[in-house]
Design a protein around this ligand. Structure first.
Ligand code: ZN
Length: 361
């Protein structure tokens, strides 16, 4: 397969076009690295001003979504230690978070003296939503080339739940633990009404959401809140050193199975979503994000390529399928068997799953 000479984006990226020097169109179009650095500096400056401002008021100062993974946990630590914020962290337990994440979150929240709320919607409902997104035609968002269904679903739920909690706590700032797909400035600011409306609309596109109303904002919740809601994604612009981050987190009681690899990802569903997208399209839904980081000069082309070598572990895939009540309809497909499904193909005499079917309870 061909790879972009500059950012390493693979040739199976939808709509990719290479020029005669094997440079992809994204690299041809981009502003220089300097321009990116300027933008990031601007975003960081804006963020720091905002954090300083809110830290002067009475707490809690902000809500922070928390998945227990390394980068997200690092963000929480930094918000507390560097910006001195009174934090209410919250976690959406989708039923697929690894056990170690909860142990680590408990230890870290105690070390940092922050509040931590865990929200676990009933699994039967989440399962239904997840399944309807697995079965949908395309698992890739054509605009962002990221996972269209499952990960997007969780992010929308996290934002929707965050909005509700924000109004309950009288907090105007919600901080998310993943890099933004939304805005280069790294933040969005709008009224609770408008945000609610946008999120609701997007959730509806992903499936039947009537059952979700228990977790979402009701119109009467919005009446008392006149302030606008500020959402931000600092991992898009904060710099950090992975090694130092890990050491500091370990001293505070946060531990991942080491190395934090494919055997124990923080969210099994995320790995499963990647697996499905890769199997349907051949394309790794993180390729564009990773190549973007290369273009921004945040990681090298080699580091980017290494990130994309990551393959979900067969055990994780199998356990996720089992919990979702999915079994595979088997069809011979030797090519696909090279990816992540070795255990299944061995078990099934070189047969590999190509279609999903939901078993009715
Ligand atoms: Zn490129």
């Amino acid at each position: 397969m061909q790879y972009c000479n500059r950012c390493g984006l693979p040739g199976n990226t939808p709509h990719i076009q290479f020029n005669h020097e094997a440079i992809c169109q994204f690299c041809q179009d981009i502003p220089t690295v300097n321009k990116y650095q300027e933008d990031r500096k601007k975003a960081l400056l804006h963020f720091e001003t905002r954090m300083k401002e809110i830290s002067l008021g009475h707490g809690p100062h902000c809500l922070v979504s928390w998945n227990g993974g390394q980068h997200n946990s690092y963000l929480i630590m930094r918000l507390k230690e560097e910006y001195n914020l009174d934090i209410v962290a919250y976690t959406l337990d989708n039923g697929f978070n690894a056990t170690w994440t909860f142990e680590s979150m408990r230890a870290l929240s105690e070390s940092l003296a922050i509040d931590h709320i865990i929200i676990k919607p009933r699994f039967s409902m989440l399962k239904q939503l997840i399944l309807s997104n697995i079965e949908s035609e395309s698992t890739l968002n054509p605009d962002t080339l990221t996972n269209a269904g499952i990960c997007r679903l969780c992010k929308l739920l996290i934002r929707s739940i965050g909005l509700r909690l924000a109004l309950q706590y009288g907090v105007s700032t919600i901080i998310y633990g993943w890099p933004t797909e939304i805005d280069a400035a790294g933040y969005l600011q709008t009224t609770p009404q408008k945000l609610h409306h946008t999120l609701q609309k997007q959730l509806t596109l992903l499936g039947e959401t009537t059952q979700l109303s228990n977790y979402l904002l009701a119109p009467e919740d919005m009446k008392s809140h006149s302030k606008s809601i500020y959402e931000t994604w600092p991992l898009s612009f904060l710099d950090y050193d992975e090694k130092a981050t890990l050491q500091r987190l370990n001293t505070l009681g946060w531990h991942a199975p080491y190395p934090p690899d494919s055997r124990q990802p923080y969210c099994w569903l995320k790995d499963f979503a990647n697996y499905i997208t890769m199997r349907q399209t051949g394309y790794n839904p993180y390729a564009l994000e990773v190549s973007q980081q290369v273009r921004q000069g945040r990681i090298t082309r080699e580091e980017g390529t290494q990130h994309l070598q990551y393959k979900p572990s067969p055990e994780v895939i199998a356990a996720t399928q089992a919990k979702l009540g999915i079994f595979e309809r088997i069809k011979l497909d030797q090519d696909s068997a090279n990816f992540a499904g070795e255990h299944l193909s061995r078990r099934n005499n070189n047969l590999y799953p190509t279609e999903y079917e939901h078993i009715e309870d």
